[in-house]
Ligand binder design. Structure first.
Ligand code: ZN
Length: 202
């Protein structure tokens, strides 16, 4: 099982970190050991001073695919969930300055939190919105229509380079409002009005 992530897929988020809006999707990966759920607490790693949440819509791949034709992209997923791409922003900034890879900042244990899956059609029919609350304050709000590269673009692009396999997950990028996570926080996620996870931060 592989976890793909799309970087800078919302204009307002690219702007808030001072990054240019990309011309093609920015793709990175996390190992399967990064996966976690809200069934266990999230532990902030000791080696970061600035851990950030990034709430993202996540697709679950339902069949294997290589070089997916744009007309058939919809055959490759049925379910979505809300995830958090936990990011050690201090480490990432250092990696970017040195033009080093991002894995230490993005791919560590527990860095990919996911909620339960819901049908994609239900998610769309109910509005296509998602949000994250930190200690009962809404900090991020996203809408599927605000992605720079939509789901079709993402599936077509990734599958030119990698064989997608059943069960792979794709984090589709975070909207504006990323920020620091502190010990004691409760992070709550919603898809439209449906509460889908509640994560305790230690
Ligand atoms: Zn992200």
């Amino acid at each position: 099982m592989k976890i793909f992530c799309v970087g800078r897929n919302y204009v307002a988020h690219a702007n808030e970190l001072g990054n240019a809006v990309p011309q093609q999707p920015i793709i990175f990966m996390k190992p399967s050991t990064a996966l976690t759920t809200d069934k266990q607490p999230f532990f902030i790693p000791k080696w970061t001073e600035n851990l950030h949440y990034e709430a993202e819509l996540v697709l679950k791949v339902k069949k294997n695919g290589k070089a997916i034709h744009p007309d058939f992209y919809r055959d490759y997923f049925d379910e979505v969930c809300l995830g958090i791409d936990f990011t050690a922003r201090d480490i990432q900034t250092r990696c970017k300055e040195k033009s080093h890879p991002w894995e230490l900042a993005k791919a560590f244990d527990q860095s990919a939190l996911i909620s339960e899956m819901i049908p994609f059609d239900t998610f769309l029919a109910e509005g296509g919105r998602f949000s994250l609350e930190r200690n009962d304050q809404v900090v991020q709000q996203g809408h599927i229509n605000l992605m720079i590269f939509n789901i079709q673009d993402i599936l077509v692009f990734i599958s030119q380079y990698f064989t997608l396999q059943m069960g792979d997950l794709i984090f589709t990028g975070t909207p504006a409002g990323v920020g620091q996570v502190l010990s004691g926080d409760i992070l709550k996620g919603r898809l439209n009005n449906q509460h889908v996870f509640s994560c305790r931060v230690k």
